[in-house]
Design a protein around this ligand. Structure first.
Ligand SMILES: Nc1nc2c(ncn2[C@@H]2O[C@H](COP(=O)(O)OP(=O)(O)OP(=O)(O)O)[C@@H](O)[C@H]2O)c(=O)[nH]1
Ligand SMILES: [Mg+2]
Length: 341
């Protein structure tokens, strides 16, 4: 972001500042970390000619260095004490599981990811949230297996973790007679913490308050006796706009549909970058929010790219064959894009 104070100051300066100064100053626009900013301020001080007319400007940058140092220390100390529920995001998006004890959350994560997740026939097997990668076609989605929650039993870190996730996979235990009431309890408790679980098509654009999270309901244990009826009842008893899928982590029923639906919750498009004269690398798509443009893609590829982008060419299954498009062309899933700078 541009530094408004510096900008204002320069504007008022009768300045005989050298061209280098403006070049370095422009770097502030993209500097994020405190360390980067300090480096820029120090270089600016070095190129500013020292005389009476520039005293104030130099003093201002010294002050900024001091502030940035404090900010840097703060960043470092919060990173050190980060609670364990802050799960670093990787892949196309992060989906947090939520459900009562023994519902089969870990079993589903194990079945969908192939990871050796601990599963047991007693409650509270999972003690800490842990991430696992679920493959879907040519991308991976991060699933966060979680300790059990109910309306009564929800530690404060849980809603915080849900706030950070991109979407939620609610897990019901169809073999439990009160499955719907338990889920209502979870949904209600999250609502108290300003998190609204919404259907997979809902708009969740930030910064919406309360937080809205797209949610899918996996009604698990459909292999067990009497659960077909329980699944029907769930639709009637459960308040909430979520799509319901009957699944079984044990028999595998519904898991491929679930995998696709979990990816769908993220509402991303996969786009393939292509170098002129070469084939697109289909195994390494960029994943961008639905509605993203060619310009957004250029930004994801490299920040220099976005500044220099002139146009792009697009190929896709819908019939585009190298069509020349401009920066605000909205990307579709599986578009192949050649960026021209
Ligand atoms: N019949 C049946 N049993 C299942 C299914 N999924 C899980 N189970 C059983 O349910 C029990 C609990 O499974 P977990 O995966 O540990 O459940 P969890 O929700 O992770 O439990 P916590 O970690 O305690 O919250 C185990 O005995 C599983 O074998 C299923 O689809 N069908
Ligand atoms: Mg578990």
């Amino acid at each position: 972001m541009r530094e408004p104070v510096a900008f204002w100051y320069n504007f008022r300066m009768p300045a005989n500042l050298p061209p280098e100064y403006h070049k370095i100053e422009a770097e502030l626009r993209t500097a994020r970390s405190a360390a980067e900013k300090i480096d820029i301020y120090e270089r600016l001080i070095r190129v500013i000619p020292h005389h009476k007319g520039t005293d104030k400007l130099i003093a201002m940058y010294r002050q900024k260095i001091a502030k940035a140092r404090e900010e840097g220390e703060r960043q470092a100390s919060t990173a050190k004490h980060a609670p364990t529920h802050k799960i670093e995001k990787t892949g196309a998006g992060q989906v947090a599981l939520a459900g009562p004890p023994n519902a089969g959350k870990s079993s589903l994560v194990r079945a969908l990811t192939g990871a050796a997740v601990e599963v047991a026939d007693y409650p509270f097997t999972t003690r800490l949230p842990s991430p696992f990668m679920m493959p879907f076609e040519n991308v991976k989605v991060q699933l966060v297996d979680t300790p059990p929650v109910t309306g009564e039993l929800m530690e404060t870190w849980f809603p915080e973790m849900v706030k950070m996730a991109d979407a939620v996979l609610l897990v019901a235990d169809l073999s439990e007679p009160d499955a719907a009431a338990v889920l209502d309890g979870i949904v209600g408790r999250l609502k108290e913490r300003k998190i609204e679980l919404v259907g997979s098509g809902a708009d969740v654009a930030p910064p919406l308050f309360p937080f809205r999270k797209r949610t899918l309901l996996a009604a698990n244990k459909i292999d067990a006796e009497g659960t077909a009826r329980a699944f029907e009842d769930l639709g009637v008893l459960l308040e909430g706009p979520f799509e319901r899928l009957a699944v079984s982590a044990v028999s595998g029923r519904g898991l491929e549909t679930l995998r696709r639906a979990v990816f769908g919750l993220l509402r991303v498009v996969r786009v393939y970058s292509k170098v002129p004269g070469k084939r697109a690398e289909k195994d390494a798509p960029f994943t961008l929010e639905v509605g993203s443009t060619v310009m957004d893609m250029a930004r994801a590829v490299h920040k220099d790219f976005s500044e220099k982008l002139r146009y792009a060419r697009v190929w896709n299954a819908a019939g585009l064959d190298g069509l020349r498009v401009n920066r605000d062309y909205v990307l579709a899933d599986e578009d192949v894009v050649e960026l021209h700078i």
